[in-house]
Design a protein around this ligand. Structure first.
Ligand code: GLC
Length: 521
């Protein structure tokens, strides 16, 4: 066993800890700044661990913290086994990991296997000549005259190929030209990337979130995209069978460790049915994000459809669902719901009571909106700055940041901040704390079965059951009160979107955009 000591602080060493966990995603640049350079860092995160423990989450996923030229804010990695100085260093990471483990919080790192930075030493060597020992570590091809080798479009727009002056060949990049794709058909790449996992696993990390991991296998013929999808970037459709063997190899690296480490994969294929094969036979990804809920209108029909579909598809014991309502690539929940706090509250009740592991994006628990970023201040090539704005901690400017942060704050930081919301029993933050505490003491909510029940139009009702323990969850997606929701007697409101409804006998009435969790009276 390589890792006993670092886990000594964790009480729960059950094999599938990640099934009952709630994972909190931190965008490190925007979480907390310890040194006053306007960019969040590891010591800043460390200073907020008590906040996270009090919130009640179980694990933290850190978006990339590796050395990076930051063309894609860390998703362009120039060294997989170090820390970018803007965030700290390896010693600071070890301290953070130990302090998190001491509080029972696990740490999951982002792992970016599909591409490196164009300034990674591997790519510098690869591009240096056609004969370089690492030439084949990336995807180089001759073009067709002045045209690229095929018709693939990059996720940030334009061709997925750039011609390199030094050798006249083109290299593949499904994202920015500063993010060349690795060639996973090369055994040296496979080995080197496995080593990067072992580096962090040996240090004691609890797992990884694997960035666009469905892209790593590629048909070496690199066939054109069919004409009907040729204008779309390939990231949403690329689904090559050869990726699965690579995922089994990656899983074997994790399985080599005694205490169970997790890998959750970002697979951005549009149909949930396409996600299922990425679980393999329980020998590929432990979990695959289901992004379906992020793109739904706020209607009971839409949510019922997505939940029924997932329930049908993810029924095998190895295909444990994984839910997301927002992340660093998408607008925040409230912004998607036209600013409605009520809908964002109800969405929180749903996220934290579905069957599967919820991922919660930092700041959602404060009900933040996307920041308004003036054109001149925009930094992200993908236009995603709004949801990446800094977290306001204190009620007074500069809101717990020692100096002006790299992006503007979200709207109303004087009201929407951790300090103010901690003091208000009916705040969004307190709602999340109550929901997380209830989930933690309910086996039915963590691991129970899920079944939808009939409910009046505009509402959603489902049960969670484990042994004798039963909970009902009801939500109203309309702007009017609805009655007759679960008419049977003997239920009590255990949690609700607002405090005043909690603890009451259930009469079957849901207020506009209200959600409740019911327990037997
Ligand atoms: C993933 C990340 C996104 C990044 C892209 C390229 O989708 O979530 O932020 O830009 O991969 O690495």
């Amino acid at each position: 066993m390589r890792d006993g000591a670092v886990h000594a602080g964790l009480k729960d060493v059950e094999p599938a800890w990640w099934r009952s966990a709630v994972v909190y995603q931190i965008y490190p640049r925007s979480f907390a700044d310890s040194d006053g350079d306007g960019v969040g860092d590891l010591a800043g995160i460390g200073s907020r661990l008590d906040y996270l423990a009090a919130l009640g989450v179980d694990a933290v996923w850190l978006s990339p913290i590796y050395p990076s030229p930051m063309a894609d804010f860390g998703y362009d990695v120039s060294d997989y086994t170090d820390i970018d100085p803007v965030f700290g260093d390896l010693a600071a990471f070890d301290v953070l990991l130990a302090e998190a483990h001491a509080r029972g919080l696990r740490i999951i790192l982002d792992w970016v296997p599909n591409h490196t930075s164009s300034r990674h030493p591997w790519f510098l060597e690869s591009r240096s000549s056609r004969d370089s020992a690492k030439r084949d570590w990336y995807v180089w091809r001759d073009g067709h005259g002045d045209n690229p080798p095929n018709n693939w479009v990059s996720a940030f727009g334009g061709p997925a190929w750039t011609r390199d002056g030094a050798t006249g060949q083109w290299y593949l990049h499904l994202f920015l030209e500063e993010q060349p794709d690795l060639n996973w058909a090369n055994a040296g790449v496979v080995d080197a990337m496995h080593q990067t996992l072992r580096f962090w696993l040996d240090r004691g990390v609890d797992g990884f979130r694997a960035d666009v991991v469905h892209l790593i296998g590629k048909d070496e013929a690199l066939p054109d995209q069919p004409a009907e999808v040729a204008q779309l970037d390939i990231v949403g459709t690329h689904d090559y069978a050869g990726t699965h063997a690579l995922l089994r190899g990656i899983r074997a690296v994790l399985d080599d460790y005694d205490q169970e480490r997790v890998m959750v994969g970002e697979v951005t294929l549009s149909s949930p049915s396409k996600l299922v094969p990425y679980y393999g036979q329980g020998d590929e990804l432990h979990m695959v994000f289901n992004f379906a809920l992020m793109h739904l209108p706020w209607t009971a029909e839409a949510f019922a459809g997505a939940l029924d579909a997932a329930d049908g598809l993810l029924s095998s014991p190895v295909a444990w669902p994984c839910w997301v309502l927002s992340n660093h690539d998408q607008p925040r929940q409230r912004s998607r719901f036209s600013g409605s706090e009520e809908q964002a509250r109800a969405a929180a009740v749903l996220l934290l009571t579905l069957r599967g592991t919820p991922f919660l994006f930092a700041g959602e628990e404060l009900g933040l909106l996307d920041a308004d970023i003036p054109d001149a201040a925009r930094l992200d090539p993908g236009g995603r700055d709004g949801s990446r704005a800094p977290i306001p901690w204190d009620a007074a400017a500069p809101y717990g940041w020692p100096s002006r942060p790299w992006l503007p704050f979200p709207p109303e930081p004087g009201l929407r901040n951790a300090e103010t919301e901690s003091a208000d029993p009916d705040s969004m933050l307190q709602l999340y704390r109550r929901l997380l505490a209830l989930r933690k003491r309910s086996g039915a909510l963590q691991l129970g079965s899920w079944r939808r029940r009939d409910a009046p139009e505009g509402t959603l009702l489902y049960e969670r059951r484990r042994g004798d323990e039963l909970r009902l969850v009801a939500a109203n997606f309309t702007a009017a009160a609805v009655s007759g929701v679960e008419a049977s007697a003997g239920w009590r409101v255990e949690a609700a979107t607002h405090l005043d409804a909690e603890g009451r006998r259930w009469g079957g009435d849901l207020a506009a955009d209200q959600a409740v969790i019911l327990a037997r009276d």
